[in-house]
Design a protein around this ligand. Structure first.
Ligand SMILES: *Cc1c(COP(=O)(O)O)cnc(C)c1O
Length: 362
């Protein structure tokens, strides 16, 4: 058997057809491409954290149930007692666990454009992924189109990112409720950007049998730890727990996340600073006559550049030392669009200066 024959013999055709998720190299650049919190920790907090790490027994397996951290998360989210939490190695792993548990060839549905991992993981598992276009004006849910697609495809899981990535808006709450009521399967409300938004479905967990709320600590400021969590009915969480690998949350993540979340006030200050900067950057973007910046309830802004110019502008900004994200190749409503993560004031200024220069070069 030749080498390529071997590969097509042992790898599923859906996997052969995929491309790997690419992460841009940010070496030497101001990094405004991945919705990270730009701030580090106060020195005194770092010192306390290091003292805790020192006691962490790395010769032992982690607590498979991450009991201490789970308790901290329950308190932090004010999760009512009747619900349970599942922890994942990032919410990406939770998406994977949910989809791995579905019956073969199930349909998975989400608005488009949406978070890329929903489709990436669905494809890898041979599931049928359906993206329903958002309204082009304002990027809200196209409710009739969503309801029709639900009727046609009977999806086992629907993902709604709230706020949505990459459009940064919160969908209409009534439309979400309509979808929850119509869905024949689970509806996962993905609240990755909860720290920057003033809305959540955690309070509504008790109102519907079929919803789950997913969060992550990544966008808050702990992207390096890889920790996401899913909240919902204990009987659903129990099933997912069967396919979760026993030690998916390592010891360093457990103690570090528990420590950081128990001393959360510095994160709250950082989040506030990011939200204030978001207002300033949005206003500055809209002052360029060539640019349209869309409203954001998250820590990033999607903006539209003159027709056919997005890649030139992206590269010019990169050549000036600032890495943002080029969205135009995804097409549809993202044609001509770029996405910038809110950084520190001086980083945002470097971005805006670079953008101004790039517009002059057009
Ligand atoms: C970033 C992001 C995630 C993934 O978060 P991790 O916990 O870092 O895996 C999930 N959903 C949305 C909408 C995101 O933007």
């Amino acid at each position: 058997m030749t080498q390529s024959n071997l590969i097509s013999h042992v790898i599923r055709k859906e996997v052969l057809a995929m491309s790997a998720y690419k992460v841009a190299d940010a070496t030497g650049l101001i990094k405004l491409d991945a919705m990270e919190n730009p701030y580090s920790w106060p020195e005194s907090i770092k010192a306390e954290w290091l003292a805790i790490l020192k006691e962490c027994p790395l010769n032992r397996y982690p607590d498979p149930d991450a009991k201490t951290l789970t308790q901290t998360l329950k308190q932090l989210t004010h999760l009512p007692d009747q619900f349970e939490i599942l922890l994942g190695n990032g919410s990406d792993e939770i998406i994977q666990l949910l989809l791995m548990a579905l019956p073969e060839a199930s349909a998975v549905l989400a608005p488009a454009p949406g978070f890329v991992m929903y489709k990436q993981i669905s494809d890898s598992l041979g599931l049928k992924y359906i993206g329903v276009p958002l309204l082009t004006e304002g990027f809200d849910l196209d409710l009739p189109a969503m309801l029709l697609a639900i009727e046609q495809h009977r999806p086992h899981v629907i993902f709604l990112a709230y706020p949505n990535n990459p459009t940064a808006n919160l969908f209409n709450e009534n439309a979400i409720v309509e979808i929850i009521k119509t869905a024949p399967g689970l509806v996962v409300i993905d609240e990755a950007y909860a720290p920057f938004a003033s809305a959540s479905f955690v309070d509504q967990l008790g109102h519907y049998d079929n919803i789950l709320v997913m969060r992550t600590v990544s966008k808050l400021g702990l992207a390096g730890l890889r920790l996401g969590y899913l909240m919902g009915r204990p009987d659903i969480i129990e099933q997912l727990n069967k396919i979760r690998l026993p030690y998916n949350i390592n010891s360093l993540t457990q103690v570090s996340a528990d420590f950081a979340l128990s001393n959360k006030s510095f994160f709250d200050e950082q989040t506030q600073a990011i939200c204030q900067e978001r207002t300033l950057v949005s206003k500055a973007l809209n002052e360029f006559k060539e640019i349209i910046a869309y409203p954001s309830a998250a820590n990033f802004i999607l903006f539209k550049t003159p027709e056919g110019k997005a890649t030139d502008i992206f590269l010019s900004i990169k050549n000036q030392g600032v890495l943002i994200k080029n969205m135009t190749s995804q097409g549809g409503v993202l044609t001509d669009c770029l996405r910038v993560t809110i950084g520190k004031p001086e980083e945002n200024k470097a971005f805006l200066d670079a953008l101004q220069n790039s517009l002059k070069e057009l």
